[in-house]
Ligand binder design. Structure first.
Ligand code: COA
Length: 172
């Protein structure tokens, strides 16, 4: 598949989402352990993944933002999603997010995605501030944010209707 690469890291390509991503992503997001700290904590089926990809394709076309499809360059495999999306829970904000298939945890990949996404946010997209939210107990995700330079703001239930920790990163 010919992909539009939006940003690259040492080992990964962040690609514009396409409908062909549904099948490999259903394989990743149907795993309950992976989805434990996403939304309501339920695994996603084909219908849900397809609707999210369709939305991501539209958001990317309109804004250049999206949860990009993450491709591991060495294997050419789709291993997850990550990037920047516009949200409006507390005024207009840009949220950094990432999720990887379980086989790809613990390799530093999410930190590469977060850093590349922030660089795109400051550069091509011209943002000055990013936010991120995690479940308080999602220690791995919190560590990724800290390694990327995000600062903890505090706990809130304004985002997504669940109690979570809000982080922010302001352009240096
Ligand atoms: C959270 C997630 C993105 C982390 O991805 P990753 O590629 O493994 O992250 P990295 O390797 O870049 O960094 C993870 C860091 O957290 C640490 N960590 C991970 N799990 C941990 C745990 N249970 N306790 C303490 N530290 C932990 C790692 O040691 C690493 O820190 P280090 O580099 O200082 O050693 C991945 O596990 C994932 O996709 N989980 C499911 C989806 C999800 O929860 N997404 C985030 C929603 S907010």
């Amino acid at each position: 598949m010919n992909r539009e690469v939006v940003a690259s890291t040492a080992r990964l390509d962040l690609c514009a989402p396409v409908i062909g991503d549904v099948e490999p992503l259903v394989a990743l997001w149907s795993d309950p352990e992976t989805m434990k700290y996403i939304g309501g904590g339920e695994p996603w089926d084909d219908v849900k993944v397809r609707s999210r990809i369709e939305r991501a394709i539209d958001t990317f076309a309109d804004t250049g933002c999206a949860f990009y499809t993450i491709v591991e360059r060495a294997s050419r495999a789709v291993i997850g999603q990550g990037g920047l999306v516009p949200i409006e829970f507390n005024g207009k904000e840009i949220e950094l997010g990432y999720r990887l298939g379980r086989a790809h945890w613990g390799k530093g990949y999410a930190t590469e995605v977060a850093r590349a996404s922030a660089a795109r946010g400051w550069g091509a997209l011209g943002f000055g501030r990013l936010v991120a939210v995690t479940y308080p107990e999602n220690v791995g995700s919190r560590r990724v944010l800290e390694k990327t330079g995000f600062v903890e703001v505090g706990e809130t239930d304004v985002y997504y209707g669940v109690r979570c920790v809000l982080y922010e990163l302001v352009k240096g």
